[in-house]
Structures are given as C-alpha cells and as structure tokens.
Design a protein around this ligand. Structure first.
Ligand code: PLP
Length: 425
C-alpha cells in the first residue's frame, strides 16, 4: 500500500504482534504483489472495498464462496430471519432435512447428505467413510491437488508426521498409466480414489478432466470396491447444477461440497450414494456448529437461486466475454497470455514468466485500475457481475498490458516466488 499511514499498513503492523506470521493459510503474508491489500471492510455484489476504502471488481469471490454477490439481499434476509429465530441450538431445525432434500434432489449420484462447516471437514469425512465402508486403508490422490488443510492433506508439511500421511499413494492427474501404477501399489488395500473435478492446482495451467482417466477411475473403483470421491468443494455449482463430473457422465460415490453452497455462510456438505450410507451412519463426526440453522437457511435460498435462475448460463457467458476480450487485448499488446480452466474459474499465466514477474506486474496494474485478479490461483466469476463489469475489466487490462509492455525488460524478479523457477512447477 502506498502511504506509510494507510489503514492496511497499520493493521498489518498490529497483526504482526498478535497473529502468528501476521496472517496464515491462503492469506499468509507475502504471496501476492506488495501493493495488494491484506484487509477489507465490505463487499457488495461483485465488489469489495479494502480497509482504505478502495473499491475493486473482485475476481476472487472470497476464493469461491461468493456466487450470487456479496450481501445478496435474498440470501442474507433468509440468514438474518433464521438468526432471529435461532441458530446454534441444542439440535438441528427442520432446515437440515430440507437442505439435505434439496442437495439430494439436485445431485444425481447422491442418496444422502451430511453437513459440516469447512471443505476440509467434508473431504476428511469422505476419507473416513471410505475406510469404514471398505475396511481398507489406502487412498490414491493426484499430486498437487488441494483437498484441505488437515494433517492428512495440508500442502505444507511443517508439523505433520509420517503417520498422518500413511497409506496415501500419489498419481498424476489425467495420466491413466500413473493411476494404474498407484492402484498396483495399493494392492488389495484400496479404500478410495480422490478426484478434483478438473486440475485446478495453483501456479500451473489448469486442465479439463480427461474422459479416459475419469472413466478408468470409475472402472477401478467398481472392480475393487473402493469409493470414488469427487472433491467439488471449489468447482461445485460453477460448472453444473449437479456434481461437476456429471458433465462428463462419470458419477462418484461421494462428493464433497463447500465454499459457495450458502453464498459465503459457513456450511459444507458431503453427499453420498446409497452403497456408502451404512458406513456414513457408523462413523462419529460432529462439531459444535455443524447444526447451525442460519447457514442452512442461506443454503436453501442459494440452492433455490441455483435451480430457478439462469445464473450458470450468465456466468458462463460473462466468462467467455472475459476470455475472448483478454485474448484480443493480450495479442494486440504482443503477449502470449495462457487462459486456462473453465471460463467461470479462469487462471491467467504469461509465457516465459518463470518467477511470475509479468503476472505480478499485470495483476498490480489491474488492481490499480480497480480490478482484483490473482497472479497464480484460479479465479471465480459470480452472478452479480455484469457485462459492463467485464468490459470495465477489459479496459483495465488494455491499460495494464500497455504498462507491462513498456516495463517488461526492467521488471524486478519476484523473489518470494523464486521456489517456482527452482523447479517446484
Ligand atoms: C477450499 C478447498 C477445500 C477445503 O475447504 P475449506 O473450507 O477451506 O476447508 C477442499 N478441497 C478443495 C478442492 C478446495 O478448493
């Protein structure tokens, strides 16, 4: 932030004293360009305001949760109404049954639903249910795929011990031979295979699921009795009004959901097929806040909007408009910009940019023009965005490409991301 006395700067200094590292997890300090704000004060529709009152069109959507706009009037009214009646009570309200019915009615493979708070709760529960169902231990998952921040799956190994990670075998996403090799290594101990709906790893080009890979995962699970788990925590409801792999005709046994299913209110879900019901009923999982009623009221309203509006067609059209417009403008400025991932969850990377210095410069210039984009994580579109918002972002991009073009030979290395050029990609 410019100005030593900005509110953001002051909050960062105070945070350093009372919050470990100044901030943690995906908000950890130092992974974004230095001019990116750390603190925000409000959100409305497709926009966020930072702690210094600057407004941005937000292509991160809270890393997914914002699907229908921040402070969506209908969803938040349902939430507030339920808060007035009761939220965390001695037990659940009728809303829990309604929410389970709504999700089971919407997702083809699902016969039942369980609710929790975070995506990590849902993926961890999926693992436990698969082990309970199969009485086997080994999980196969793709290298680099994110499934949450519990000890078994956190991407940062500090404080994690070998036994936390025991019985896991890694394969390469979309690579049938490496999948089959992992299955061979699992022997007769395979409990489950995790699959991201598409390859949405950070720092690299995104990739659609290969149909042969998805079908082979299904076949292996059918042959061995292992459970196929699609982790839809991030992509759920931005690709389909069903599990994301329904688009390619492959049904999982379990699917994990979170982020946007209540438009930002805290609730996540695990959905399962009939065959896993018994194991799901047998495990002990719970939490003080898992029966909260207000997020369920918000979730029901969110799912109603999913069913009754053309939000998916609209965000898809907006995403196409953004992708086409950026392709034109980057080309005109002489840059090879790789836009990968579904149009509703795009990621931009520049050619010949090993430490992302071009990406950092472009993102900072977008930020300076009131558009919040991310230089190395997939972004998200929301239904509160308009064509005018996208066109404004394209104007900003034209300016940003111009500055990048003028400065491209003199960009400073991005030292904080030096690990990328060191081969982690
Ligand atoms: C965010 C995410 C999770 C974890 O969800 P939390 O709510 O952060 O615990 C799991 N899987 C995927 C694919 C995610 O994007």
């Amino acid at each position: 932030m410019d100005g030593a006395n900005s509110r953001d700067r002051e909050l960062r200094q105070r945070a350093e004293a009372v919050i470990p590292g100044g901030m943690y997890g995906h908000q950890a300090v130092g992974l974004l360009p230095d001019d990116y704000p750390q603190f925000f004060e409000k959100g409305e529709g497709a926009h966020i305001w930072d702690a210094d009152g600057r407004r941005y069109l937000d292509f991160m959507c809270a890393y997914g949760p914002n699907l229908f706009g921040y402070a969506n009037p209908q969803i938040d009214a349902a939430y507030v109404r339920q808060l007035g009646l009761g939220d965390t009570l001695t037990g659940p309200t009728a809303l829990m049954v309604e929410m389970a019915e709504a999700m089971v009615g919407m997702v083809s493979h699902a016969a039942w639903a369980m609710f929790c708070k975070n995506g990590t709760d849902a993926t961890s529960m999926a693992l436990t249910i698969a082990r309970a169902h199969t009485r086997k231990k080994t999980v196969i998952r793709a290298k680099g795929a994110y499934h949450g921040a519990a000890a078994w799956c956190t991407p940062r190994p500090t404080g994690v011990i070998e036994t936390d990670r025991a019985h896991q075998i890694f394969c390469d996403y979309n690579d049938v031979a490496s999948l089959e090799e992992a299955v061979r290594q699992a022997g007769d101990d395979l409990a489950c295979i995790f699959a991201a709906p598409f390859k949405h790893d950070a720092f690299i080009d995104q990739a659609e699921p290969d149909l042969a890979y998805a079908r082979r995962v299904r076949e292996i699970c059918d042959q061995t009795g292992a459970l196929l788990i699609v982790d839809d925590v991030r992509a759920g409801l931005r690709l389909a009004r069903d599990c994301s792999w329904s688009k390619i005709g492959v049904q999982p046994d379990l699917s994990s959901w979170g982020k946007c299913i209540a438009n930002g209110h805290p609730i996540s879900a695990l959905l399962g097929a009939e065959k896993a019901r018994k194991a799901a009923a047998a495990i002990y999982v719970t939490g003080s806040f898992w029966y909260q009623a207000a997020p369920m009221a918000a979730g029901l309203e969110t799912l109603r909007l999913v069913r009754d509006t053309d939000y998916l067609e609209r965000i898809t059209a907006l995403g196409e408009r953004l992708r086409g417009g950026l392709a034109e403008r980057s080309k005109a400025a002489g840059f090879a910009l790789r836009q990968t991932g579904p149009v509703t969850m795009p990621l931009f990377l520049f050619d010949d940019d090993p430490d992302l210095r071009k990406g950092f410069c472009f993102s900072s210039e977008m930020l300076a023009r009131g558009v919040y984009v991310h230089p190395w994580h997939n972004m998200f579109l929301c239904a509160a965005m308009t064509e005018a918002d996208i066109d404004g972002a394209l104007d900003a991009a034209e300016g940003a490409f111009g500055v990048l073009k003028r400065n491209v030979r003199d960009l400073a290395p991005v030292e904080k991301l030096a690990f990328l050029s060191a081969g982690a990609r």
